[in-house]
Design a protein around this ligand. Structure first.
Ligand code: FES
Length: 172
């Protein structure tokens, strides 16, 4: 487990604060899951149990929601998440080839994180940008009308940016 995925007491305190705020909302579960994903980077069973106790929802329901939506993850994610849309519009325009390229290049399968903790690769459902199909995303940035060569180019840029950062950090 890399350092940024650890569940620290500071993160837990922040999460409990958000949880208390969310309790006053009409539907507190989704905002709480978004907060948990944002604060911890993933939503392990231990956090799901806290949510279950505090909101009175069953673990089965919470786990079902967490595993259904591509935005949530039960295992630690890398610093960046690459999402490849495998929704129908993207799939028929070749997003599976993009996913295969990403998997080959990163040497991980969809849902996994690279050993250095840098990148998580995730298949997503439709993200509402079908007019730009096929699409993939890096963090919040969406790449539309994409292709295998675009995917390779973006991976190359991510690597170069990471190497530049390492060199800058070493120089300091
Ligand atoms: S199917 Fe990919 S954005 Fe809709």
């Amino acid at each position: 487990m890399n350092a940024h995925s650890q569940i620290t007491s500071e993160k837990l305190a922040l999460f409990h604060l958000q949880l208390e705020k969310n309790k006053s909302l009409p539907g507190p579960l989704m905002p709480t899951l978004h907060d948990a994903q944002h604060i911890f980077g993933y939503i392990p069973l231990s956090i799901q149990k806290i949510i279950s106790n505090e909101l009175g929802e069953s673990i089965a329901k919470i786990n079902g929601v967490v595993t259904f939506y591509g935005n949530f993850s039960v295992t630690p994610r890398g610093k960046r998440t690459i999402g490849v849309c495998l929704g129908t519009a993207c799939y028929v325009r070749g997003s599976k080839n993009i996913m295969d390229t990403m998997e080959d290049d990163l040497k991980i399968k969809s849902g996994e994180t690279t050993k250095d903790g840098e990148i998580t690769l995730a298949a997503t459902r439709c993200i509402g940008a079908c007019g730009l199909a096929p699409v993939f995303s890096v963090g919040d940035h969406i790449y539309g009308n994409s292709s295998v060569s675009k995917a390779k180019q973006v991976l190359k840029e991510i690597r170069e940016a990471a190497e530049l950062k390492v060199k800058t950090d070493e120089a300091q």
